[in-house]
Design a protein around this ligand. Structure first.
Ligand code: NAD
Ligand code: ZN
Length: 360
């Protein structure tokens, strides 16, 4: 048995208002006055001085506003990298992502691609990246994905939706300021929070489970249940808790894997552009056969917060469409092996998935 030796985020700061310290954190990492910091910021914050006035800009530093309406694409990353390379004489001092999982993934991918030749689609997969990334910093403004701690950046490419998984992907620095999540709309709070909940259920019920993953997964699950079953609207305390649940949930899957909901949600994302958080919810709602207790509690949480999930999203799909989704889902072999076991192909077939997708 050969054990994986994973890098982790090297520095982390936590606390309400810690965003005010961003300048102190970044300045020692400035290479010189011609090597800018580039901030990728969710455009939901455009024109919001409460956040943007605190982005510390000097010399040639630049803010790039990005919409998170669609999940990051490989060609989008390549365009940002090209723009940075032609606009500045020097490589950047650092790339900072401020936003949800989409913006965190964009920052990670751009930081990698600045120092690696070719197109980002060629790096989708495991351990293909050759050169270390530029210094990169993640500042989550919504909690749940675990993208702040993970070793992947999930991109939709011409052929597949797959992460760039590498030792160079994790952030060098993460800033956790729960106050930044205060204006997240309630439905999005639920969907992204449920991403964390599903990470816990898939990790804790998977065949890859080990004491490392279990210790993080159990803590994250406990926090999710406190937040989504007991607390009312997101309070300051629950914002703090959810930020840490996201972190622990991400740590839990780092040393195990996700499972059925993620595999099938990737299919929905690839074909229909359904976003990760809501996609997981749509799928998980139908997975009582695989995760009976987890799904029962999920339904309680959904009811408590009056969340209505879209129905019938696969109603008008052709057989070809189903094939595309099913092939994407089945290609994620480690997820199925974790969920079902080494012999997963005996029970998980094209027809099994088609029957499930047809319910959604
Ligand atoms: P997101 O980044 O797509 O954002 C969701 C919505 O919330 C957007 O409309 C955004 O504008 C809004 N938003 C974010 N912060 C806000 C705030 N403070 N106030 C108001 N609105 C705010 O959502 P997400 O669920 O965090 O991330 C999903 C993405 O993360 C997907 O692309 C998925 O593939 C990726 N992901 C990555 C990993 C990883 O390990 N790298 C893990 C899970 C998911
Ligand atoms: Zn997820």
């Amino acid at each position: 048995m050969s054990y994986k030796n994973f890098p982790m985020v090297s520095k982390v700061i936590f606390g309400r208002g810690s965003f005010n310290q961003l300048s102190d954190i970044l300045e020692p990492n400035r290479l010189n006055t011609s090597a800018p910091f580039i901030f990728f910021v969710d455009d939901v914050f455009k024109g919001n001085p409460w956040l943007t006035s605190r982005i510390p800009l000097s010399y040639q530093d630049k803010v790039v506003y990005v919409s998170a309406n669609e999940e990051p694409k490989t060609e989008q990353i390549d365009a940002y990298v090209e723009d940075i390379i032609v606009s500045f004489n020097e490589r950047p001092s650092g790339i900072i992502g401020i936003g949800g999982g989409s913006l965190l993934d964009i920052a990670k991918a751009v930081a990698i691609m600045i120092n690696n030749d070719g197109e980002s689609k060629d790096y989708q997969g495991w351990d293909i990246v050759k050169n270390p990334a530029v210094y990169h910093v993640g500042v989550p403004t919504i909690s749940g994905t675990g993208a702040e701690v993970s070793r992947t950046t999930i991109l939709t490419g011409p052929e597949r939706k797959l992460g760039i998984n590498s030792d160079y992907t994790p952030f060098d620095q993460v800033l956790l300021d729960p106050e930044l999540t205060k204006d997240v709309p309630k439905d999005q709070w639920f969907y992204t929070g449920m991403d964390c909940y599903v990470h816990c259920i898939e990790s804790l019920n998977g065949t890859y489970l080990n004491a490392f993953s279990q210790s993080y997964g159990e803590k994250a699950l406990e926090l999710c249940e406190e937040i989504f079953l007991n607390d009312d609207l997101p309070s300051e305390e629950s914002q703090d808790k959810l930020m840490m649940a996201s972190w622990h949930g991400g740590m839990s899957i780092a040393y195990s894997q996700v499972g059925v909901a993620h595999a099938m949600s990737y299919g929905l994302g690839y074909l229909l552009g359904v976003k990760h958080g809501i996609g997981n919810c749509i799928v998980f709602d139908h997975l009582e056969a695989y995760y009976p207790e987890g799904v029962a509690v999920f339904k309680q949480m959904k009811a408590k917060h009056n969340i209505t999930l879209p129905q019938g999203i696969c109603a008008d799909l052709s057989d070809k469409d189903f094939d595309i989704m099913i092939n994407v889902a089945l290609s994620l072999e480690p997820l199925w092996e974790n969920a079902i076991g080494k012999n997963w192909k005996k029970t998980i077939t094209h027809d099994t998935l088609k029957a499930l997708y047809k319910k959604m």
